[in-house]
Every structure is written in structure tokens, then in C-alpha cells.
Design a protein around this ligand. Sequence first.
Ligand SMILES: Cc1cc2nc3c(=O)[nH]c(=O)nc-3n(C[C@H](O)[C@H](O)[C@H](O)COP(=O)(O)OP(=O)(O)OC[C@H]3O[C@@H](n4cnc5c(N)ncnc54)[C@H](O)[C@@H]3O)c2cc1C
Length: 473
Amino acid sequence: MTASINRSLFESNFKGVVLKQDDEGYDEARTVWNAMIDRRPAVITRCVNTDDVVAALHFGRTNNLEIGVRCGGHSILGHPVVEGGLMIDLSLMNKVQVDPNSRRARVQGGALLRNLDWETQKYGLATTAGNVSHTGVGGLALAGGMGWLARQFGLSCDNVVSFELVTADGAVLRVSESEHPDLFWGLRGGGGNFGIVTEFEFRLHPISGQAFTVDLFFPLDAAEAALLRWRDLIKTAPRKATLTAWAGTATASDSFFLPPEVIGQRIASIGYVWVGDPDEGRKFLPSLRSDGSPIAEWAREMTYVELQRMYESTRQRHGVRRYWKGHYLRELSDEAIRAFLTGGMHGRVTGEGATMMPSVDIQSYGGAIADVADDETAFSHRDTLVECVIRASWTDDAEDMKRIDIARRYAKSLEPFASGGYVHTMADEGQAGTLRAYNRDKLARLTALKNQYDPENVFHLNQNIQPSSQNQA
Ligand SMILES: Cc1cc2nc3c(=O)[nH]c(=O)nc-3n(C[C@H](O)[C@H](O)[C@H](O)COP(=O)(O)OP(=O)(O)OC[C@H]3O[C@@H](n4cnc5c(N)ncnc54)[C@H](O)[C@@H]3O)c2cc1C
């Protein structure tokens, strides 16, 4: 197999890098964000242009290889890293070209959010991107793309003006509102199911480049009242200058802003992220402070680019084992707040029990996300109030099953309050997850698109929309 792999790609004038299992750089190329993923593709093709992508796809199909598509490598299940198959790696295709006059950015299909943010901010412009700069634009924007600007400008997918797409049969299409509008609908929320996007064209917006964030920390037994105040903030938050409300519960670890006596205990935080003039952003702080006394308060002013980098080398760094599960909640009842804080466990959790617990966060949606009509894009659940994500992270592989089990149970305790979820936090639910991500009508429309553009399900290493021929449901 190896010799024919080599020859075939060279014969097709492949300009990028082809890596096989013993090649230098192979291990680095197959390593993704979640350290749980340790799979070995037979071949990794590091493409440098659209022709390379077409050639790699042709090669994979003619050799009957299972195909994964990699951009930033941040899917929680490490979908692109395909054991024994072909990983089409787009990460060398990371250029971003900004036209400040038309306020558009052309972004190659392998770019990271940091490439997008850096280049657009040079002109005082931005578009909605996710919250951690080493995430890929490709995976993020195709399934939605929630970020600190979303309540003002919509999701990342709402800001895509056109795509260049390589379909399963190797055709290169320009997809926009007027060209292949059916695909334009499906690519805005349907994930990587319909082909390989080699270029995104994004609409950009002028922003001040300033930001303000604040977190107030509470012991768990005093957190419920704080969360109720925070819930009011969600309802009253303006979006003219973006405010995204954010709350979390976690086991406190060493940090300069927390008192030593709470380290190792479960605590909660309430706060928000504001993109715009920090003085304006501070005005919402008194409403969060109004009663109860936090054990710590951490407020920071920063640039927008610093905000985007805030977690990249700390809580969201590479090299850690991870498991996530998420829900959308249309309402945040008192009972839901209790479940969010405790995961359904009674009494105080301390010691090893606390160490093994996941961190859990909620962020507010609404604003411009909800202004887009539900049937305009494949992305679903625009009317959600908040997104809740249960995130387990650890380093010792002996803890894998226990950590995952505890995270699943935590997520289960929130299920009664949930209505659907975000594709990106579906973890290991398979088709049940796809059903949670899209309502039945949308799934039927997505299936019809899949039947037309990828009937053999070449692109199945994702939260998969199965073509009718494979759909057992
Ligand atoms: C640390 C971290 C922070 C995150 N923050 C946010 C956030 O703030 N907001 C948010 O909405 N999501 C967020 N996510 C979720 C994230 O958007 C998804 O995990 C997404 O899949 C990551 O995209 P990627 O390109 O890095 O992943 P990859 O693993 O490279 O790709 C995932 C899948 O996307 C598809 N894909 C990727 N690129 C292309 C392409 N060019 N053409 C066709 N298909 C493609 C493929 O199906 C692939 O299997 C975050 C994830 C992590 C790990």
C-alpha cells in the first residue's frame, strides 16, 4: 500500500507534504487538542491549495481509504484522525486576506481563529469567532460558531458570504446565496458533511478592539442566590456593545485570585464578557455584586485579541485528556440552576470526589443569534437562552473511565431542563446526538442534501448526517 500511495500522489502533482507512519513530522501532524486521541492514519496529506485537496480526495477514494478532514484539530472526538485511513490536513492552508473597503475576509479552509482575528484586527475589523484562538475556523464555522461577538453580529456561520467547496466527487463549487443556495443553507450549521471547504468569505464589522471581563467567585452553598442575580443580567443585557453572560462551577485550583482555603473545594462563578469600551462594560457589575459577598472578584480590561487568547495556554491548553457533553437550555429555572451547581449530587463534595468532578459552564445566547429566522440556516435551536457544557479534563489515563462516567452523570442531571444541544458538544452520542442537534424537519432537509452531494457518505467522520441509503433510524 505504502509504495502505491506515494506514487499516486506524486503522479497527481501534489504540491503539499505527504506523511506516512515512519516519516518525520508524522506524529506531530496526527496529534490533536484532546490528548485522548491516539490514532494512526495510514497517510496524512498536508495540502497547500485547492488542487491538492481535490487530488488527496481522489487518491483516498480510489484507494478506498476512510477519509478524515482536519483543520484546527479541536473536535472533542478527534474526528479527523482516522485509524488506518487518510487524513486530509488543511492546516497549511491558513491564509487570511482582508479587504478593508468591502469589509470582507477570504479565509483558507485550514486557518485557525488566531489567523482570522490577527489579520482582521489590523484594520480594526472582526467577525464572530470562538473563544480560544487555536480552534480551527473550518470545524467551528461549519457547525455554527459561537463567540463573544455573536450576540451582536450573529454566529460565525451567519457571517459567511460564500464558500469554496470541494464535493465528494471532486467538483469545486462556489457556494453563496445565489450559487447552490441549497448547499449554502446546509453549510451554515451542517458541519463537514457536504464536502471540504477550501475558502470561507466572511463579512467583517468594525469593533473598538477593547474588552472587559469579570468573574465573581462564591462558595457553592452561597452560589444559588448569585446565579439568580446573574440570570436577571441575561434578560436585561444589551447587545449594542456585546455582553455575553458567563457562569461556571468547578473545583478550585491554585490561582492568585482565590483564597487558599477554598482550593480543592467546589466553587461557582458568575460574570460576563464585554466587547467594547470597558467603562461602559463595568456598569453591569453592581447588579452582580448587589448582595452576598464573593470570596474573590477578578476584573480585567484587555484588547479583543488578548480576550481571544485568554484561555489558550491555561484551561484550554493542548496535551490534556478531555471529555465534553453539552445542552441547550431554553429556560433557566431555579431547579436547573441547582442541577448546574451540583450535578444532582447531595451534600458537600470534597477531597478526591471534588477532584474528579468536571467543570461546568453556561453562556448566554440571544441577541443577533435569535434574530435570524430558524429556517434560514441548518444551525438549530436559535431560541436557546443558554448553552451549558460539562467539561472533564485530566492527565492520568488510568482515570479515563471514571472521569467520563462522572461527566456523563453530571450531564444527565441537566437533561430534564435541556432542549437540544450544539453539534460541537455532542461528544460520543452518535446518531442520537445528531437528532438532538437538529429538529426533524431540518434533519430531513440535511439528509436530502447529503443524498445529493455525498450519497456514499465519504464525509462521515463528523457529527454525521447519514444519507437515506445508510440511515437505519
Ligand atoms: C478549546 C476549544 C474551544 C472551543 N471554543 C468554541 C467556541 O468558543 N465556540 C464554538 O462555537 N465552538 C467552540 N469549540 C468547538 C469547536 O468549534 C469544534 O470542536 C470544532 O469542530 C473545531 O474545529 P476544528 O477545525 O479545530 O476541528 P477539527 O477537529 O480539525 O475538525 C472537526 C471537523 O470539522 C470538519 N471540518 C473542519 N474543517 C473543515 C473544512 N475546511 N471543510 C470541511 N470540513 C471541515 C470535519 O468534519 C472535521 O472532522 C471549541 C473547541 C475547543 C476544543
